[in-house]
Design a binder for this molecule. Structure first.
Ligand SMILES: Nc1ncnc2c1ncn2[C@@H]1O[C@H](COP(=O)(O)OP(=O)(O)OP(=O)(O)O)[C@@H](O)[C@H]1O
Ligand SMILES: [Mg+2]
Length: 263
């Protein structure tokens, strides 16, 4: 199929390298806000629908962080518990977690203060898939961020999840956490123009010498995907395959409609 479309690689995959990512307005804004949040040791909430590019934005961020000045830890576990969280942080720094949870919290506190005061590196902790968190894990965020009687912050905490996370944090019991969020950003889908540019960009990355998707096809992709990159990828990959099987060098609207009907 690659030869058929004269491609030098497979486009629309999740393995895209971070230097080949498409810089949409939303990705750029997310990157700028995340960078600011990290440099100012803020508590940041990044939300967006599934497939919108949240984890990609995080990937871009950590790629940019200079390892001399930053240490980051990425935790992606939809059933994260406070206990698992503290263990993960301690083990990341080669510390054996204590048996009792109160001791583990103390270890966490002194580790972070030590990094802050002695190591001169900024610590960034990112927790992804947070929309699945239990109430107790969400409540714990307050303690994860509480140092020296809540008077300072030795870390930047970035919590990532689907938009429902914002509503979860709006309940009365979690108001104290919601108030502490210093930076919020909700990602949105690509615009119609960006969807065009995104598809062109993906094909350029694999060095295709000519256009493959017709205008009508791109329009149909946008209408169906609402500019969500993962949905665009799925539609494009499957319609390329469909066109290849039928021996068409151009992906027209009919291929897109057939794929949509199968999804
Ligand atoms: N700027 C971009 N350039 C190229 N590809 C992108 C870009 N943003 C997202 N993608 C593609 O879309 C896919 C989905 O993005 P990502 O995994 O970041 O979404 P997500 O918001 O974290 O979704 P989920 O809520 O399901 O975890 C990625 O695998 C990647 O291939
Ligand atoms: Mg993700």
């Amino acid at each position: 199929m690659l030869d058929f479309f004269e491609m030098k690689g497979v486009p629309f995959t999740r393995e895209i390298s971070s230097k080949h990512l498409y810089a949409s307005a939303c990705q750029k804004e997310a990157a700028a806000r995340l960078e600011y949040a990290v440099k100012n040791r803020q508590f940041c909430l990044l939300t967006g629908e599934a497939g919108m590019g949240k984890s990609t934005a995080i990937r871009t961020l950590v790629h940019q962080l200079d390892p001399i000045h930053f240490h980051y830890l990425y935790i992606c576990d939809s059933s994260l518990t406070p206990k698992l969280f503290y263990r993960e942080v301690l083990q990341n720094f080669g510390i054996q977690p204590a048996f009792r949870s109160t001791d583990v919290k103390r270890q966490y506190q002194s580790l972070l203060l030590d990094i802050y005061e002695n190591e001169k590196k900024m610590l960034v902790i990112i927790i992804d898939e947070a929309h699945h968190f239990s109430d107790s894990m969400l409540q714990e965020l307050r303690f994860i961020l509480n140092f020296k009687e809540d008077s300072m912050s030795p870390l930047s905490l970035i919590v990532v999840g689907q938009p429902s996370l914002r509503n979860l944090l709006k309940v009365k019991q979690l108001e104290a956490i919601d108030q502490r969020i210093q930076m919020r950003y909700q990602m949105s889908g690509l615009t119609e123009e960006e969807t065009h540019a995104y598809i062109r960009h993906q094909l350029k990355m694999v060095e295709t010498p000519h256009e493959i998707f017709s205008e009508e096809a791109i329009q149909a992709i946008y209408n169906f995907s609402q500019g969500i990159p993962r949905k665009i990828n799925t539609l494009c990959s499957q319609s390329l395959l469909d066109a290849f099987i039928q021996g068409n060098k151009i992906v027209g609207e009919s291929h897109i409609h057939r794929v949509i009907n199968e999804l």
